[in-house]
Design a protein around this ligand. Structure first.
Ligand SMILES: CC(C)(COP(=O)(O)OP(=O)(O)OC[C@H]1O[C@@H](n2cnc3c(N)ncnc32)[C@H](O)[C@@H]1OP(=O)(O)O)[C@@H](O)C(=O)NCCC(=O)NCCS
Length: 292
C-alpha cells in the first residue's frame, strides 16, 4: 500500500466577512503571527467591509477588507491567506475582488514585505515607510519638550472638533471611524489659544495598548501628546506606528524603549495619499495599519 496520497486542491468562494464567526478570523490572523484579539477584529468589522475565501464546508482560508472614508477614498487591510494556501493565487484573487468593489475610489494600504510585490503588480505606488515601534514602556521616561498650550483629557463627545482636526492631517474625513476609536480610547487634546491643535488616542490592541491616532503640527506637540499616555503605561506593552524615520519624535519613542519591530510600506493607487505640509497637522501615530 502507498504510504502517501496527493489530494486535489479545493475550490474557494468569496463570502461577506460579516457572515463569519470571529473565531475563524482570529485563528487566521494568529496563523500568520498577527497580534489581533477578537475584540480588535470586532472593531475592524464595525468600521469596514470585507470578504473571506471559504471552502465548500465553510472553512476560512483568506480575508481582505476595505475601509471606505468619504465617497472617493478607501484604505485596504487585513489581507491574509492561510499559510497552507499561500503562493497559489488566493491573495491575488482576493485583491482582485476588493479592487472591483472599490472601483472609482482612490486607495491606500500599508504593505508587509510578503505582500509588497503583489501590490506593485496591481499598480500600487510607494509613498512612505511605516515604523512599527513597540515594547515595554520605560519605567523612567525622558524629559518632554516645553508644552506650548494646554494638554487636556477629552471626552469622546468632542468628536466634531477631533474629526475636523484629523481631516486636515489625514486628508479625508473619517468621522465614523473616529467615533468607533474614540469610544474605546483615552483621549488627550492639545489646545492653544482656545483651539484644538493636536489630539491623541490610546486603546487596547493586540498584546497591550496602541497609541494612535496621534495628530499634531510639530514633533514637540506630538511628543507631549504621546508622553501623557506613556505616563500611565510604564512597564506595560505599548505600540506606536509612525512614519517618522528620525527626528525628535522617533528619538523620543526609542528613549521610551519602543524599538522598531517591523516596517510596512504605505502605498497608493489613484491620487497620492500623503500630503505633509510644514507646520500643518500631520498623523504622527497611525490608528492601525488597515485604517491607513
Ligand atoms: C501576502 C499574502 C496575502 C499573499 O497571499 P498569497 O495567497 O500567497 O498570494 P498569491 O498566491 O496570489 O501570490 C501573489 C503574488 O505574491 C507573490 N508571492 C506569493 N508567494 C510568494 C512566495 N512564496 N515567494 C515569492 N513571491 C510570492 C508573487 O509575486 C505572486 O504573484 P504571481 O501571482 O504573479 O505569482 C500572504 O502571503 C499572507 O497572508 N501573508 C501574511 C500576512 C500579510 O503579510 N498580509 C499582507 C498585509 S498588507
Amino acid at each position: 500500500m502507498q504510504n502517501s496520497v496527493r489530494l486535489k486542491s479545493f475550490e474557494l468562494v468569496a463570502r461577506d466577512i460579516a457572515e463569519v464567526d470571529i473565531s475563524f478570523l482570529h485563528a487566521l490572523s494568529l496563523g500568520v503571527g498577527w497580534p489581533h484579539r477578537p475584540n480588535d477584529w470586532e472593531m475592524l468589522l464595525q468600521s469596514g467591509q470585507g470578504l473571506v475565501a471559504v471552502d465548500g464546508i465553510g472553512r476560512v482560508f483568506g480575508t481582505a477588507m476595505w475601509f471606505p472614508h468619504g465617497v472617493d477614498f478607501a484604505t485596504i487591510g487585513m489581507v491574509i491567506t492561510s499559510p497552507r494556501t499561500q503562493a497559489q493565487g488566493n491573495g491575488r484573487w482576493l485583491m482582485d475582488q476588493v479592487l472591483g468593489r472599490c472601483a472609482g475610489r482612490n486607495l491606500s494600504l500599508n504593505a508587509t514585505n510578503a505582500a509588497y510585490s503583489l501590490y506593485v503588480s496591481l499598480g500600487f505606488l510607494n509613498e512612505a515607510t511605516v515604523y512599527q515601534c513597540q515594547g515595554d514602556v520605560a519605567l523612567t521616561l525622558p524629559a518632554t519638550p516645553p508644552l506650548s498650550g494646554e494638554l487636556v483629557a477629552m471626552p469622546s463627545e468632542e468628536l466634531g472638533a477631533i474629526a475636523s482636526l484629523d481631516c486636515q492631517a489625514f486628508g479625508t474625513d473619517r468621522t465614523s471611524l473616529l467615533a468607533l476609536i474614540t469610544e474605546k480610547s483615552t483621549i488627550y487634546g492639545l489646545r492653544r489659544n482656545g483651539q484644538l491643535v493636536g489630539y491623541s488616542c490610546c486603546r487596547e490592541f493586540g498584546r497591550g495598548k496602541v497609541i494612535g491616532p496621534v495628530v499634531a503640527a510639530s514633533d514637540q506637540d506630538a511628543i507631549n501628546l504621546t508622553a501623557v499616555h506613556f505616563q500611565h503605561l510604564k512597564g506595560e506593552f505599548a505600540r506606536v506606528d509612525t512614519r517618522e524615520k528620525d527626528g525628535a519624535f522617533a528619538d523620543f519613542l526609542a528613549q521610551c524603549r519602543l524599538g522598531v519591530f517591523d516596517t510596512v510600506t504605505t502605498m497608493s493607487k489613484g491620487e497620492k495619499f500623503l500630503n505633509r505640509k510644514a507646520g500643518e497637522p500631520w498623523v504622527y501615530g497611525l490608528a492601525a495599519h488597515g485604517w491607513g
